[in-house]
Design a protein around this ligand. Structure first.
Ligand code: SF4
Length: 411
């Protein structure tokens, strides 16, 4: 069975031996074997104890109804479901440090094609702002364990686009393009301006003052020794210190990211934050509200374009890639509920997390900054943010109005 073999091949030897012993002890159907191997792979990655070492074998062995395999599966499901539904416990999780890989940097000659954000088309199931994406750099040297960017591009090389400035300046944009993000295929500030990316984007932003170019980062590259056009929007993804330490390997700390944002603001840039991806872990309800406090103690609403809030969301393909990459991580130790072809926490958990962080902001921030939920179910907007949109277009237009007002321009 291919799906079984694909996962089995990535398991460590001791797991393979335990599974072989289990399969010769009880009879399982092919689909049960697949379920067992998937769960074993997850437990290895989460560094949780394997169920093969915890199952109540004497109780199962004493059954006289011949359904020992079924009894094993029932116990395993209960064990997995308990781990998935509880807040993830990071106090006992110490992942191996991720090595800093030495990437070559190669300029590639390719055309610039704008993509669209990963929301499902015309979001019935998510509220989408219709962000267009520009992959000016491909591959990332950071190692966030929920991210599959590293598996999608060349392992040893980071690619930049040759003649980026000329290509951007001759790009014909359709009139509906008004905001472009560059952080989909890498961290937007990973290379700073070492390869001219920022200078090229700067020239592009200058040419198109009504188009907002967003650079999203988890770094602290300090590229603010100069001023940028006001429509260049520098944003930082922020997370709870526990998640940064255990899951966002090699990135800047929360403090470093906030300090970088302060430098950007001090140079006159309008900035923003993404509290994303929020993780439901033991301590989330203390650490996430503290991020709101930190933001308020350093910035005023006038400094910010937006604050977005969102959580872990995976496609099946990304989950498969993450399992194959085999990094020690607890990001998939969660209740995976399907929505719009993707998997994420149940809505009730999201509502609780998003409301808690939003309500940690003062009234002046809530009214003075454009808060939004990124790639989330439309039904969450009203209970969390107290407002909602009936269509994507309404959301997009409201966001655009807000951006242009910050820029002092008319919509
Ligand atoms: S910084 Fe962004 S692109 Fe890089 S590994 Fe983390 S999530 Fe992925």
């Amino acid at each position: 069975m291919k799906a079984f073999d694909d996962i089995y091949a990535y398991l460590p030897q001791d797991s393979k031996e335990r599974l072989e012993a289990l399969f010769s002890r009880y009879r399982f159907t092919e689909s049960q074997k697949l379920e067992i191997v998937k769960d074993e792979a997850d437990l290895v990655q989460w560094k949780e104890g394997s169920y093969t070492s915890k199952a109540p074998y004497s109780e199962i062995d004493s059954r006289l109804d011949g359904r020992k395999g079924d009894a094993y599966i029932k116990g395993m499901r209960k064990y997995m479901s308990r781990l998935r539904s509880e807040e993830t416990d990071y106090s006992s999780f110490f992942p191996a440090p991720q090595p800093r890989r030495k990437h070559g940097i190669r300029e590639v000659d390719k055309d610039i094609v704008l993509g669209r954000c990963p929301c499902p088309v015309d979001g019935e199931k998510t509220r989408c702002c219709n962000l267009r994406t520009l992959d000016a750099v491909e591959q990332c040297a950071f190692s966030c364990s929920y991210c599959s960017v590293q598996a999608f591009y060349s392992e040893d090389e980071i690619h930049t686009i040759g003649n980026l400035k000329e290509k951007l300046l001759s790009l014909e944009l359709s009139p509906d393009v008004w905001h472009i993000g560059t952080g989909q295929a890498s961290d937007s500030l990973l290379l700073g301006d070492d390869y001219g990316t920022l200078s090229a984007l700067s020239a592009f932003a200058q040419k198109l003052p009504d188009v907002v170019i967003e650079l999203k980062s988890k770094s602290a590259r300090n590229v603010f020794d100069r001023e940028y056009p006001r429509n260049m929007f520098f944003s930082w993804s922020l997370n709870a210190p526990t998640i940064i330490e255990k899951e966002e390997h090699l990135t800047a700390t929360l403090e470093e990211r906030l300090e970088d944002a302060e430098r950007a603001r001090d140079k006159g840039a309008i900035i923003g934050f993404h509290i994303h991806p929020m993780v439901y872990f033991k301590g989330w309800d203390e650490e996430y509200p503290k991020i709101a406090e930190e933001i308020e103690s350093r910035f005023s609403p006038e400094d910010l374009y937006t604050i977005s809030i969102g959580t872990l969301t995976f496609t099946k393909a990304v989950m498969k890639k993450l399992r194959q990459m085999g990094r020690e991580s607890r990001v998939l130790e969660m209740e995976l509920t399907e929505a719009a072809g993707k998997y994420s926490y149940p809505l009730e958990i999201k509502r609780k997390m998003f409301s808690t962080v939003y309500n940690a902001f003062s009234a002046s921030f809530q009214s003075g900054v454009f808060f939004y939920l990124c790639m989330e179910d439309p039904s969450l907007w009203l209970p969390v943010l107290g407002r909602e949109y009936s269509r994507d277009k309404e959301f997009e237009e409201d966001m655009k109005r807000h951006y242009l007002a910050k820029l002092g321009r008319k919509p």
